[in-house]
Write a protein that binds this ligand. Structure first.
Ligand code: CMP
Length: 435
């Protein structure tokens, strides 16, 4: 059994998509200009073989649905039936070869176009694979442009068929002229320099004009939305800033405070594109949240030396309990003498450890270090004041969670305790020296 997500199956789907594209460009061109018969046979045989193999592979492929893999043969068949079995079979029949061999009567020449049905599958394949790789809005925009060009190519070939080549242009010039006519008609510009004559040409033009009007509406309706969505994060962030700016003005906040708020938001934009990690995680089911949090917070786990030899279960337990917190330069994060409610791990930035009156700096802590553990471990008031020297990205662990973790993991408690005692002694020694 093959899973639809297997890399080689995706590679195969892309190879089929490429063949379909070649076929879709080549078959209409062949119909109007007639190509080297050997080339037609080659492309026809290759297409049939590839498409037939594709059908066999599809029967062996399991797809996910409703959270489980459809592995029963009946389920697989039903899934394929709903997702292009008929078009795949029609596209795999050797129409081009039959046409070439003169086995299709002239009026049924249109059957030769049946392999183009496979384009529907290209759409599904490209959507499935491409959407995770490229920005979804840019991807949809690209797909829209691709379909317009593909439709224009087929319509241009149709125009060549119905209008002939009265000016005896070279095949290339003839095609360019037909493509030009198609684009002016589809975009409803219609210069009128190329006009239909005769019943069939007029009927063809009426059909294309109707198609063009519908397509034009669809394109105009979609493009504005797609462009606005290219950078959803930036648009939402700008909207948020506008709303905040209006509110601050309305409440008449002092300029200095306003500037601080603005620099806080620009820091959030620079470091996390304005996304709220916590809100995002809360939306996920618990198991998935754990895996995502583990990935998102692996930076801090790698940075903090006391986690270096920690067991996988401690890391898993602690990771979900860490809450990101941002502080701006000069913010007081912890105040000496107050009861301790949480401890912090520094992911980015630096803080100063100060005496209660802020006259003495005991230490400067940076990325990978922690603070706020003494009051939690020794159940005493905060021993120092902590101020942010720069923008600081911290991870906060509240007292309740801290108590649970140290109770469950004595080794972790031991390493924090060693550090806490050393720091406390240092503070006491410095205070005694000063006194
Ligand atoms: P806590 O007492 O809870 O709050 C203040 C924090 O400052 C304290 O925990 C320690 O984490 C930290 N701290 C105190 N003294 C020092 C020191 N000498 N060096 C580094 N950090 C310290």
């Amino acid at each position: 059994m093959i899973r639809s997500e297997d890399p080689w199956k995706q590679g195969w789907d892309l190879a089929v998509a490429l063949m379909v594209l070649l076929n879709s460009i080549f078959i209409p061109l062949h119909l109007i200009h007639g190509h080297d018969p050997l080339l037609v046979v080659l492309v026809g045989v290759l297409g049939c073989l590839l498409y037939s193999a594709d059908i066999m592979l599809e029967f062996m492929t399991v797809y996910p649905s409703g959270g489980e893999w459809l592995s029963e043969p009946r389920q697989r068949f039903q899934h394929y039936l709903k997702n292009g079995l008929v078009t795949d079979v029609l596209a795999a029949l050797p129409w081009v070869l039959l046409g070439q061999a003169g086995l299709l009567p002239g009026g049924y020449l249109v059957l030769v176009l049946l392999p183009l049905l496979k384009l529907l599958k290209v759409n599904r394949t490209v959507r499935r694979i491409g959407q995770n790789i490229i920005n979804p809005a840019i991807f949809r925009l690209g797909l829209l442009v691709f379909w317009i060009l593909m439709a224009a190519h087929i319509i241009a070939c149709g125009w060549i068929m119905v209008s002939g080549n009265p000016d005896s242009l070279s095949p290339l010039d003839h095609y360019i002229k037909a493509f030009y006519w198609t684009m002016t008609t589809l975009t409803t510009i219609g210069y009128g320099d190329i006009t239909p004559s005769g019943r069939y040409q007029m009927l063809y033009v009426i059909m294309i004009e109707m198609f063009g009007a519908a397509m034009y509406g669809l394109v105009i309706g979609n493009i504005a939305g797609l462009i606005a969505n290219i950078d959803v994060a930036k648009r939402q962030y700008r909207d948020k800033l506008d709303r905040i700016g209006a509110f601050l003005k309305y409440r008449g906040l002092p300029d200095q405070l306003m500037a601080k708020i603005h620099s806080y938001y620009s820091y959030l934009w620079d470091t996390r594109k304005g996304y709220d990690e916590l809100a995002f995680l809360e939306d996920l089911p618990i198991a998935l949240r754990e895996s995502v949090a583990l990935y998102l917070n692996k930076g801090i786990i790698e940075k903090v030396p006391i986690f270096e030899h920690a067991s996988a279960s401690l890391i898993r337990d602690i990771i979900l309990k860490l809450e990101p917190a941002v502080f701006t330069p000069g913010d007081q994060i912890v105040r000496a003498g107050e009861p301790g409610r949480d401890m912090f791990f520094i992911s980015k930035g630096s803080v100063s450890v100060l005496s209660a009156d802020e006259s003495m700096t005991y230490a400067t802590l940076g990325s990978g270090q922690f603070f706020g553990e003494i009051s939690l471990l020794l159940s005493m008031p905060r021993t120092a004041t902590i101020k942010a020297d720069s923008f600081c990205d911290l991870y906060r662990l509240d007292k309740l969670q801290f108590d649970r973790v140290v109770e469950q993991y004595p080794d972790f408690k031991q390493s924090i305790q060693t550090m806490a005692e050393k720091r406390r002694e240092e503070i006491e020694a410095r205070s005694a020296r000063q006194a």
